[in-house]
Design a protein around this ligand. Structure first.
Ligand SMILES: Cc1ncc(C[n+]2csc(CCOP(=O)(O)OP(=O)(O)O)c2C)c(N)n1
Length: 329
């Protein structure tokens, strides 16, 4: 079963265009969800705007049998693995056929998707880091050859789970790539109150593993760094800790209002670091897309997201009798 589309090393034109398309899909879903929340039709959105560059690049560096353990902000990661807009919208509307959590969890908050080797997204910050190490450990013991990609925010690196997971992976030279999507906020807590050294990858030396810092809005740079890390993991040379600097363009979630703790200048600056605009300009410079192509790509994705939402909203709700299904205690 094909689990994902793989972008080969030294990605060529068509592969870069595919990365751009995935970013547009993520933006389209994100924008549509914000609209649905405002209309009272959807409950919640934890936006991935600003993170799409590192998300598509890191996930595209994986192979079809590799594993993705993303954080709750990882919509673009899941899209690269093969999540469709309709599937995402089934989850947004908590429908019976939602393949992510059968309508049980907030959109994007907690889910897994076995068909796409995505397991498991959790709201408990950093709890998935030891799980990613465990998946990689199992793969190593079973001689499977798969690599696990684990993503999290800068705030997650302050938790004990982060240390335990990365240290275990380092000691056992596990095939795992840790990507910190460093947006310099944990909800309203700025990075200066989380760590005295804002460069998360500097900690790699302390664990005895490889580390790399990359501009997370620079898609080709992210792809190169992540591809190298995946290859390192696959040949048995252990984990890599990547610090990808990004800008969170929206509030933490739709339950938050960043105007209360970020100045206007900073919010404007975050908007100026849109990885989709940056990557679009890069494609334009190469003559691989025209301005019209860029606008059309986004418009097509926006229309697909709108159709997916309208379709999903009409699908059947879960039945009451199923409320306790798969609840063990
Ligand atoms: C163990 C735990 N503590 C607190 C929270 C509340 N919480 C949810 S998201 C979040 C911020 C995490 O920030 P970061 O890891 O930087 O990721 P970001 O959301 O910025 O992408 C917090 C504190 C939680 N979900 N789990």
């Amino acid at each position: 079963m094909a689990k994902t589309t793989v972008v080969a090393p030294a990605a060529a034109k068509e592969q870069y265009l595919q990365l751009h398309r995935w970013m547009c899909m993520a933006k389209a879903l994100d924008d549509r969800m914000h609209m649905l929340v405002k209309q009272g039709r959807a409950p919640f959105v934890g936006s991935s705007r600003g993170h799409e560059g590192i998300q598509v690049a890191s996930t595209a560096a994986l192979g079809p049998d590799d594993w993705l353990v993303p954080h709750y902000r990882g919509l673009a990661n899941s899209i690269v693995r093969g999540l469709t807009m309709k599937e995402w919208m089934l989850a947004v509307f908590a429908k019976a056929d939602d393949p992510l959590s059968a309508g049980r969890n907030i959109p994007g908050g907690c889910y897994s998707y076995h068909r796409l080797n995505i397991a498991p997204v959790s709201q408990v910050v950093a709890s998935w880091v030891p799980k990613a190490a465990g998946i990689a450990y199992a793969a190593k013991l079973q001689g499977e050859g798969s690599v696990t990609l684990c993503t999290f925010g800068d705030g997650a690196t302050s938790r004990g789970d982060f240390h335990e997971g990365v240290n275990f992976a380092a000691v056992h030279r596990l095939p795992v790539v840790f990507v910190c999507e460093n947006n310099s906020y944990a909800i309203s807590v700025p990075i200066r109150l989380q760590m005295a050294n804002p460069n998360v990858a500097d900690r790699a030396a302390g664990y005895g593993i490889a580390g790399a810092t990359v501009d997370g809005t620079d898609v080709p740079a992210c792809y190169a760094v992540c591809k190298e890390a995946v290859e390192r993991a696959r040949r048995g040379d252990g984990p890599t800790l990547i610090d990808a600097k990004v800008w969170r363009m929206n509030s933490h979630t739709s339950e938050d209002n960043h105007v209360k703790y970020r100045g206007k200048d900073e919010i404007d600056e975050a908007a100026a670091h849109d990885p989709i605009a940056r990557f679009g300009a890069w494609l334009l410079e190469r003559g691989w897309l025209t301005a019209d192509d860029l606008a059309r790509a986004q418009a097509e994705c926006d229309a697909e997201a709108s159709d997916a939402a309208d379709w999903a909203e009409q699908q059947p709700d879960p039945i009451a009798e199923d409320a306790l299904k798969n609840v063990f205690a």
